[in-house]
Design a protein around this ligand. Structure first.
Ligand code: NAD
Ligand code: TYD
Length: 379
């Protein structure tokens, strides 16, 4: 039985990954370590941590004493590090927190693993490692910087981050690789493109647009909306991480993406059109609308759900123009392919939000409105 430490699993991708591995492997134990920042929500994983194979610890990945204690208690085989400050706009406002969590937090986990997993020294003085252990770092394609209209990010693309967020993730990747080069630590890294799907916090583009449409609010598109992102359904990302953790090669980086490039404006228009269609086909979904405009016959109108909601706002500072992943390595080495095409994934995602408004209300009940006002009213 393998024991996993999964950090940041009360957040978007970590929660989806936790559900994925608990369903897929019935012979594993998982300890979740999460600080429950604004982005972490225990309700998201309440059912999962009820499972007798899953344990939740509230705590910070930068806390050395706590992480050492957990290693002593649970004898982890795998560490999968999702915990991070993950929002570019917030990193522009407060870079230091990103460096603390994303770089120092990763380094603290690496060191705890080193203390727990090293068994001795080889004839050259390199540490020897317990068999079957691995540290997996969940990284991002943003470490490669920005593309113009041509080409793709491969694993050989030079690291060239622009935002404080992507710079902090690059720092983390480099320290992970430094532990491989210096100590021969068994590590792997995945660099994924933009994810979408259930439990995505509504400060990121797709869930924010869905939330605003339901409330009849303007849809803020940064700049001219021509920036391109390469969208991947979150379960496909979870499948890729599971493959790398179980079958990847130590010291290897794997890019994860599904060749699904769209401009932000395309994403926003598609989201508007999909919500409109779902509410036309299934009128009961209109009950979810917070903006209630009545037709003459007393039914709720959806005529106002159209592209007029779009509002072009001041651009993000240092806004990367285009991300696009070449996933050849993970496809050829591990046989990974995405299963959910965008047309299907976006409908599934929107339906999930329409059916899970309680979750949205719960995660936005704290400081969300203050954040929204500070971030968008000044734009
Ligand atoms: P998220 O912001 O939704 O969740 C982050 C989680 O980490 C939260 O549960 C939060 O409470 C926790 N956390 C934050 N600081 C912590 C700390 N100091 N100690 C312990 N827990 C802490 O993020 P996400 O979108 O799920 O992203 C997860 C990982 O995937 C991140 O490392 C991110 O860089 C990476 N990534 C995200 C995307 C994407 O599209 N969202 C794409 C590629 C890579
Ligand atoms: P985001 O979801 O923040 O992810 P990332 O910055 O990590 O790619 O943003 C995706 C794209 O959408 C990015 O180009 C910025 C843009 N965007 C908007 O146009 N409006 C918004 O309100 C947000 C949050 C993002």
């Amino acid at each position: 039985m393998k024991t996993y430490l999964v950090t940041g699993a009360a957040g978007f991708i970590g929660a989806n990954y936790l559900k994925y591995i608990l369903a897929k492997h019935d012979d594993i134990r998982v300890v979740v370590l999460d600080a429950l920042t604004y982005a972490g929500n225990l309700g998201t994983i309440a059912k999962d941590i009820d499972n007798e194979r899953c344990f939740f610890v509230r705590g910070d990945i930068t806390n050395q004493e706590l992480v050492d204690r957990l290693f002593g208690e649970y004898k982890f085989d795998y560490i999968v590090n999702f915990a991070a400050e993950s929002h570019v706009d917030r990193s522009i406002e407060n870079p230091q927190l990103f460096l603390m969590t994303n770089i120092l937090g990763t380094q603290n986990l690496l060191d705890a693993a080193r203390r727990a997993w090293v068994t001795g020294k080889d004839e050259h003085g390199y540490p020897t490692w317990r068999k079957g252990v691995r540290f997996h770092q969940v990284s991002t394609d943003e470490v490669y910087g920005s593309l113009d209209e041509n080409g793709y990010f491969t694993e050989e693309t030079p690291l060239c981050p622009h935002s404080p967020y992507s710079a902090s993730k690059t720092g983390a990747d480099m320290i992970v690789m430094a532990y491989f080069d210096t100590y021969k630590m068994p590590v792997t890294i995945t660099r994924c493109s933009n994810n979408y799907g259930p439990y995505h916090f509504p400060e990121k583009l797709i869930p924010l647009i869905i939330k605003n449409i339901l409330e009849g609010k303007k849809l803020p598109v940064y700049g001219d909306g021509s920036n391109v992102r390469d969208w991947l359904y979150v379960d496909d990302h979870c499948k890729a991480i599971d493959m790398v953790v179980n079958k990847g090669t130590n010291g290897e980086v794997y890019n994860v993406g599904g060749h699904n490039e769209k401009t932000n404006l395309e994403i926003v228009k598609l989201t508007i059109a999909t919500i409109h269609k779902l509410m036309s086909d299934q009128p009961e979904y209109r009950n979810v609308l917070k903006k209630k405009v009545k037709n003459e016959d007393g039914t709720l109108s959806i005529d106002w759900i159209n592209d007029d909601l779009i509002s072009f706002v001041k651009d993000r500072l240092g806004h990367d123009q285009r991300y696009a992943i070449d996933p050849t390595r993970i496809s050829e080495a591990l046989g990974w392919t995405p299963e959910t095409m965008f047309e299907e994934g976006i409908v599934k995602t929107i339906e999930w939000y329409l059916n899970n408004q309680e979750w949205v209300n719960e995660v936005t009940s704290g400081d969300y409105q203050k954040y929204y006002d500070e971030m968008y009213l000044k734009r």
